[in-house]
Design a binder for this molecule. Structure first.
Ligand SMILES: N[C@@H](CCC(=O)N[C@@H](CS)C(=O)NCC(=O)O)C(=O)O
Length: 212
């Protein structure tokens, strides 16, 4: 299996966590998003969405991180990412897709570049934009976790939700978002950070992560 990704891409990070949780071996093929490698003709031929991640297996290319996560869980049914009951699977998806659908688009690199370069917004205004959208989705997720009296993980062991949450919290911290009012998410983050599957998936531990 070959994962085309970028060390700091949250969508690539999701997949690295899931592959590691499932104990699946994969090779990393870095795509330098800052250099625009995702727009190269060769990469577009592989993934017409011109973004990462893209996962190659048996001559096929799989794109769109959430679809890949769900596919991985069906294709490799050992160590499921989703809980057993339909109701619990709904909750895991409800929270994971809130992040994937509501947060990823407004906080994605091309949007931030557009705000800065094309519309001339300052870094301070962009930080406000970033924090506004983060809060809008993370606050209700925190409220749902609190209502469920969630422990270290949403359901006993990390899965789909944690694979999507942890990269988003990594980005939130990069943008100095205040997580002090979100103790449930921070506790889950702490518990995940103890696990080798999450440690190996961390951006700092990727072959394309800069040394300094
Ligand atoms: N919906 C897609 C989004 C993929 C995406 O936007 N990936 C970002 C990195 S996190 C990317 O490749 N952006 C391309 C760019 O910045 O031009 C997915 O979940 O896989």
């Amino acid at each position: 299996m070959k994962l085309h990704g970028y060390y700091r891409s949250s969508t690539s990070y999701r997949l690295r966590i899931a592959l590691n949780l499932k104990g699946l071996e994969y090779e990393t093929a870095p795509v330098d998003l800052l250099a625009g490698a995702q727009k190269d003709q060769d990469f577009r031929a592989l993934n017409p969405f011109a973004g990462v991640p893209a996962l190659e297996l048996d001559g096929k290319v799989y794109a769109q991180s959430m679809a890949i996560l769900e596919w991985l869980d069906e294709r490799f049914s050992n160590r499921p990412l989703l809980p057993a009951s339909t109701e619990d699977r709904f909750v895991a998806r409800e929270l994971a897709y809130a992040i994937a659908t509501e947060l990823h688009a407004p906080l994605n690199l091309p949007v931030l570049k557009y705000l800065k370069r094309d519309l001339g917004h300052s870094q301070g205004e962009i930080d406000t934009w970033y924090h506004t959208w983060l809060g809008k989705t993370l606050r209700p997720i925190e409220a749902k976790l609190a209502a469920r009296e969630t422990g270290d993980f949403l359901f006993g062991a990390p899965g789909l939700f944690e694979a999507v949450l942890i990269p988003q919290l990594y980005n939130a911290r990069r943008f100095d978002f205040d997580l002090s009012a979100m103790p449930h998410m921070v506790r889950i983050e702490g518990a995940c950070s103890e696990l080798p599957a999450f440690q190996a998936a961390h951006p700092d531990n990727q072959p394309d992560s800069p040394a300094d």
